[in-house]
Write a protein that binds this ligand. Structure first.
Ligand SMILES: [Zn+2]
Length: 138
């Protein structure tokens, strides 16, 4: 099994509904995302995937769709007023936690056709969540 990984970073705002910690209030994070791809067999160039291709596709998507946006749960009462104020929002069926964001990014990258094995999402320098398929450790 071969793996390659690339890190990305972007800024976002969010808040968590029904949360008793600081994340209950609107605030921002500098996120780091590590995308890990895997392959049993390398391609003819000896690669899992060209790093440049990963950077281009994922980097452009993060930049255009997630960077400097506010992530909210669909049922957050702030959705309407922030929308009316012209704020760029990204809405999620659940709270925009690091865990849910890791899964969301994993699913998106898989939809690009990349052999994604794992996505880790750092909400802060010291705290991160990972999402991977069940057979990751097999
Ligand atoms: Zn937070």
């Amino acid at each position: 099994m071969h793996t390659v990984s690339r890190d990305f970073s972007f800024c976002y705002g969010h808040r968590l509904l029904n949360h008793e910690g600081k994340c209950a209030h609107l605030h921002g994070h500098n996120a780091k995302v590590r995308v890990e791809l895997s392959a049993d067999v390398l391609d003819d160039d000896g690669m899992v995937l060209d790093f440049g291709e990963l950077k281009r596709a994922v980097g452009e998507w993060l930049e255009s769709e997630l960077d400097h946006r506010t992530f909210l749960a669909e049922n957050d009462p702030l959705v309407l007023p922030l929308c009316d104020a012209g704020e760029p929002l990204v809405l999620f069926p659940q709270n925009p936690t690091a865990e849910n964001l890791a899964e969301f990014i994993f699913t998106k990258i898989a939809s690009f056709g990349f052999p994604v094995a794992k996505v880790s999402f750092w909400e802060t320098e010291k705290c991160f969540a990972s999402y991977f398929e069940r057979n990751y450790f097999e």
